[in-house]
Design a protein around this ligand. Structure first.
Ligand code: PBG
Length: 335
């Protein structure tokens, strides 16, 4: 009887066989992403027919509500399921206490209302935090150099409610105050918005990658100090799980890790530990890096964007917020 040899190494095993042609590569591909994984963040500015470039984010514009509505229509046409809206508050409306956040006629509420009416089948996500509205640029109330937690949470509840009443489908608290998810959930329940979803920025790090976003919303010039007393220390990972556990127990439907690429390990741990809808934010600085290198001819922007978005899926993210979402959707649609 011939003895069957069992090989456990080269040349019996040649991993390149599985890569030898495109059909076999496709057949054994482990992960994929599609347009339905993408959330497109948009910056909204006051006025009509206003379109402004954001210099540190090439390809990104601040759009007035009418133009944003058209852009959202295009996004929906390409299959993007949701957009995240961020307002640019005129300097004159910024105050110490950020009270404009709770004005039911403010820019974000008007934008949500108009976009929802024009494009009813796209999900609208709004950010809950005070930084677009405070004269000091912080996400919460500032007193004697300290960010007040509980007093801020009270305002955030009112802010969340005006956004939900304007038609926001998903409320996304990005402020990192303690206890805010539970308080917002309660406020929504009592305010008759029991079906409004909460996507909590559960693991949000104090990151330098938010720089271009602060240019876009014009909060950089105002920011006094940093956000390290509420956003997480980039050196921590177990703490992210604790934050996620708390937000889920307080009633978050979905959680987010932010920034994205430098924190893919956190995305993986969160997804594996909790098995809940987990989103990652490919933030402004990450987008700017791709664009800047692309503009120099050092990288191919589109290919690197697609590879980046795939990496989020590989890490376990269910969805990705990216300023490149529309570009990616066009690539996926072959346009
Ligand atoms: C505001 C907020 C920030 C981002 C989203 N919501 C900035 C910050 O916390 O300073 C950053 C998004 C990005 O960089 O793309 N709370």
């Amino acid at each position: 009887m011939t003895k069957i040899k069992h090989f456990s190494c080269f040349p019996a095993l040649r991993p390149r066989r599985l890569r030898s042609a495109s059909w076999i590569r496709d057949l054994v591909q482990e992960h994929s992403f599609s347009v339905t994984d993408l959330i497109w963040p948009l910056f909204i500015i006051d006025g009509r027919d206003v379109r402004e470039d954001v210099p540190s984010m090439p390809g990104v514009e601040r759009l007035s509500i009418d133009l944003a509505t058209e852009a959202v229509k295009e996004a929906r046409g390409l299959g993007i399921p949701a957009v995240a809206l961020f307002p640019i508050t005129p300097q004159a409306k910024k105050t110490e206490d950020g009270r404009e956040a709770c004005n039911s006629e403010n820019l974000i509420c008007r934008a949500v209302f108009a976009i929802k009416r024009a494009v009813p089948d796209i999900g609208i996500i709004t950010d809950v935090a005070l930084d677009p509205y405070t004269s000091h640029g912080h996400d919460g109330l500032l007193k004697d150099g300290v960010i007040l937690n509980d007093e801020t949470v009270e305002i955030l509840c009112r802010q969340a409610l005006v956004q939900a009443e304007a038609g926001a489908d998903i409320i996304a608290p990005s402020d990192m105050m303690d206890g805010r998810v539970g308080a917002i959930r309660d406020a929504l329940e009592r305010g008759g918005c029991k079906d409004t979803l909460i996507l909590s920025y559960a693991a949000k790090y104090a990151s330098a990658f938010y720089g271009p976003f602060r240019d876009a919303v014009q909060s950089k010039g105002c920011l006094s100090g940093d956000k390290k007393t509420y956003q997480m220390n980039p050196a921590n990972s177990d703490e992210a799980l604790r934050e996620v556990a708390l937000d889920l127990s307080e009633g978050a439907d979905m959680v987010m890790v932010k920034p994205g690429l430098p924190y893919l390990d956190i995305v993986r741990r969160v997804k594996e530990s909790f098995g809940v809808p987990t989103f990652a934010y490919h933030v402004s600085g990450e987008y700017a890096m791709l664009r800047a290198a692309g503009a120099q001819g050092w990288l191919d922007y589109e290919s690197c964007l697609m590879e980046t978005l795939m990496s989020f899926k590989r890490a376990g993210a269910d969805g990705i917020l990216s300023y490149g979402a529309l570009d990616a959707a066009r690539v996926l649609a072959g346009k």
